[in-house]
Design a protein around this ligand. Sequence first.
Ligand SMILES: *Cc1c(COP(=O)(O)O)cnc(C)c1O
Length: 405
Amino acid sequence: MGIDFQADLKARGAEWRERGLWRELRRLESGVGARVEEGGRAFWNFSSNDYLGLAGHPLVREGAIRAVERFGGGSGASRLLGGTLGVHAELEEALAVFKGTEAALTFGSGYAAAVGTIGALLGREDVMVVDRLVHASVVDAARGCGARLRVFAHNDLGMLEDVLRRERGRGGEVSGGRRRVLVVTESVFSMDGDLAPLASMVELKDRYGAWLMVDEAHGTGVLGARRGGLVEHLGLAGRVEVQMATLGKALGAAGGVICGSRALIEFLINRARSFVFSTAPVPAAAGAALAAVGLVQGPEGAERGRRLWANVDRLGDRLRERWAGLGRPLSPIVPVVLGAEAEAMRVAEALRDRGFLAPGIRYPTVARGRARLRLTVSAAHEWGGIDALVQALGEVGVKAGGGDS
Ligand SMILES: *Cc1c(COP(=O)(O)O)cnc(C)c1O
């Protein structure tokens, strides 16, 4: 007799529930935006990564519609077997220009981009060095490729250098050709909203002959004069081996992208399994992303960028009037760390009762005992909504300053 399938699921579900980790889907009746509708009620939405409010933008919608009209609902095959459509190629050309690289390659999602790229670049004999807070897609990629995983404390350059020095001692110098060493970080950290010290990391990886991959899921569309991300902002495009981003956050569409040298992109076309063995993204997603990449770099992107940062500052200022201990936000991601899982869920629920969607984030997304509200600001928010949110946070008894992330 094997294990009873349904009973096993029930028992494991109950255990997850007991630990306060049970999740359920919620269903919006409206499209994503600063105001959304759920169950016949309107909410201020502080849970979206649509930082520039582009997901519902008329030109992004139109980009999707035009691509469907021209290319249809689906792509029909994987990219290598006839699924590469004009809109995919155009999008990749636009993304390479946007990111200041020779070439770009899109994937079905950012998750697939991370797993496919890392899996193609590294094998068992290699080493992957990651910030402790990198995204699950990077962690899963590390597990999958079998490279030795070395973790450094969040944004800790001293510890990163120690690891790189030790790996070089073990024959990890790339020029020696014996062991590849890939450092991976996020530019804007997804659950903490702080920034990686990228300029110093570039110096370090160069000094120790390692490579650097930067996940700009939350930097793209948000940072830089053309809103290309933190790499653009710091002028490092030529010095980062692998730039990764998603098309599903500030770009308001869906998909993942890797930007870098032509040699990197040609290598990935051949070796990234999540690219090779997956149907090409639907024309609608590519068309929407293409429109967004154009928008984000132009005058409208600039205007939305200004509104976004004005809103980030507004929320930061209002929060610090009440909770002096909180720092100034460095990105549209503003965590309010509450500690216990149950407390984060209580506060999120109480905010929902007051008309605000502000997700409680718990293990395994963040460490145990580091549960938090993750507030995300968008260009589409109005100050009235931001002020009302902070008011509501006070009413529901948030004792921030526990927000010492
Ligand atoms: C969302 C996210 C991803 C994955 O991108 P998707 O396109 O949503 O699959 C990767 N890294 C980070 C840091 C993210 O926040």
